[in-house]
Design a protein around this ligand. Structure first.
Ligand code: DLL
Length: 432
């Protein structure tokens, strides 16, 4: 019979042993990190318990920027074999370096994630995330090759070619951002392709941007695949940090490679399992650039209960958004995902939307532009009016803001082939 785990011993290690391993690896990490300019005078030689980690200051994105280019490198630069950079659009990019061992460890983690969802050697894996400095492409690529599945390095975009590749090679597994998956379906419709009928897709990995359970369900229905949530960030390698198992209820964060903390984003206080806050991660295996207590900015919580799959590594909940994504509309706090949740739950709503915020006099106004399904758009105007009212009512009830809703033609909003821009806040540019 097929085995169930990529590495059973480590994935099911009992919690006490796992924590002992973490302490051992944390001390190795501290010793390595001390060799970098940034950490030299910032961290102790060693700690006696995991709890002592809390006495070490956080590392922020700004610290990474300031220590560009080599301030956090902990090995001789000749040992580095790869560089990745985070997708930030403003200011100095954050740069992460890897040694050969780092790349091998990362590939093994990704293979572990893929195997956990049911991918095997005989699968055909089409990687539709950008290849390059972004980690979504190369990160999954090496993991998939390590697992042994046939790997198609398709990269993102060029939708017609993606569809052709899926048909020619009988692709069974895809890696794609949820917003691109929503868009790609509309191209399939135009091309007369019904993925459930014409393709062999079984599994999808969706990640790199926030999305809702409603979007997952919608995509599973449209494509007929099982979609698994995948979380990661360049600073912690990229994809492969946390992934859903077949239960699809929270993402196992690999605690043999990372220490998890969740903090109150305002006070920095460490919260208990189950409490929502900002995720803070420490690398345990990285050689080239160890990072200690990194503030990810991502809002989540740790599941206190163990998972029935047998893996002992704790799960984190779907990321609600980044702490800096939160919008304040006339005093009401709101995450864009709360709007997506409502929209993707309404069947007549199409596969794309955009939130624009501006000011009218002293008041904030939120405009939600929503693409409509083609058959509804071409149908009766009264149905469109009813749909508009339904969206407004549901948003008012669930999100507590009254938006201005504009229904638009399918495929008319800016398309996403990678990470979608869901919000345009015009209030800043309106200030005089
Ligand atoms: O997006 C790494 C990645 C690639 C993850 C492919 C998963 C799949 P960055 O470009 O550094 O790295 O962006 C990291 O994206 O801090 C989150 O805010 C967001 N993010 C990533 N995965 C998820 C997810 C890659 N599943 C930032 N849900 C992170 C919500 C996510 N947000």
């Amino acid at each position: 019979m097929d085995r169930e785990f990529w590495n059973k011993e480590i994935e099911t290690l009992d919690r006490k042993r796992l924590e002992e391993l973490q302490l051992e690896r944390l001390n190795d990490t501290l010793a390595r990190a001390k060799k970098s300019e940034f950490y030299r005078n910032r961290i102790p030689e060693r700690v006696e318990s995991l709890a002592e980690l809390q006495d070490i200051p956080f590392t922020t994105k700004d610290d990474l920027r300031k220590s560009f280019p080599f301030g956090m490198v902990a090995v001789d630069p000749s040992e580095l074999v790869r560089v990745h950079s985070s997708s930030g659009t403003t200011g100095q990019a954050t740069v992460i370096y890897h040694t050969r061992k780092d790349i091998e460890n990362w590939a093994d983690l990704v293979a572990r994630c893929m195997y956990m969802t049911g991918v095997r050697k005989n699968d055909v894996f089409q990687n539709m995330m950008g290849y390059g400095l972004f980690t979504g492409g190369l990160g999954l690529h090496y993991g998939s090759e390590k697992l042994g599945s046939l790997t198609i390095p398709a990269s993102s975009g060029n939708s017609k070619r993606q569809i052709m590749l899926m048909k020619n090679f009988n692709t069974t597994v895809v890696h794609i951002t949820p917003s691109y998956a929503l868009h790609l379906y509309t191209i399939m419709l135009d091309e007369g392709i019904d993925p459930r009928r014409d393709l062999k897709l079984k599994i999808a990995f969706l990640g790199a941007e926030p999305y809702t359970e409603e979007t997952r369900k919608r995509l599973e229905e449209l494509y007929g695949f099982d979609a698994f949530n995948s979380y990661g960030l360049s600073e912690m390698n990229g994809p492969g940090v946390a992934f859903e198992c077949r239960n699809k209820d929270g993402m196992h964060l690999w605690e043999d490679h990372y220490i998890i903390e969740v903090i109150d984003p305002v006070t920095g206080e460490v919260l208990r399992d189950g409490e929502e806050g900002e995720l803070v991660l420490t690398t345990l295996m990285r050689e080239g650039m160890p990072i200690i207590r990194y503030r990810t900015g991502d809002i989540t919580r740790v599941y206190p209960e163990p998972c029935s799959c047998g893996r002992t590594h704790r799960r984190i909940s779907r990321i609600k958004g980044r702490s800096d994504d939160m919008l304040i509309i006339n005093g009401v706090n709101l995450y864009p995902m709360q709007i997506e949740k409502v929209l993707m739950g309404i069947p007549e709503v199409g596969n794309n939307y955009l939130i624009e915020i501006d000011k009218v006099g002293y008041l904030d106004r939120i405009n939600v532009k929503v693409e409509v399904r083609p058959e509804i758009f071409k149908g009766d105007v009264r149905d469109l009016e009813n749909l508009k009212h339904k969206i407004i009512e549901e948003l008012k009830t669930n999100v507590l803001v009254k938006p201005h809703v504009i229904l638009v033609e399918p495929n008319s909003l800016p398309k996403s082939e990678g990470k979608a821009v869901r919000v345009i806040d015009k209030r800043k540019s309106q200030e005089v």
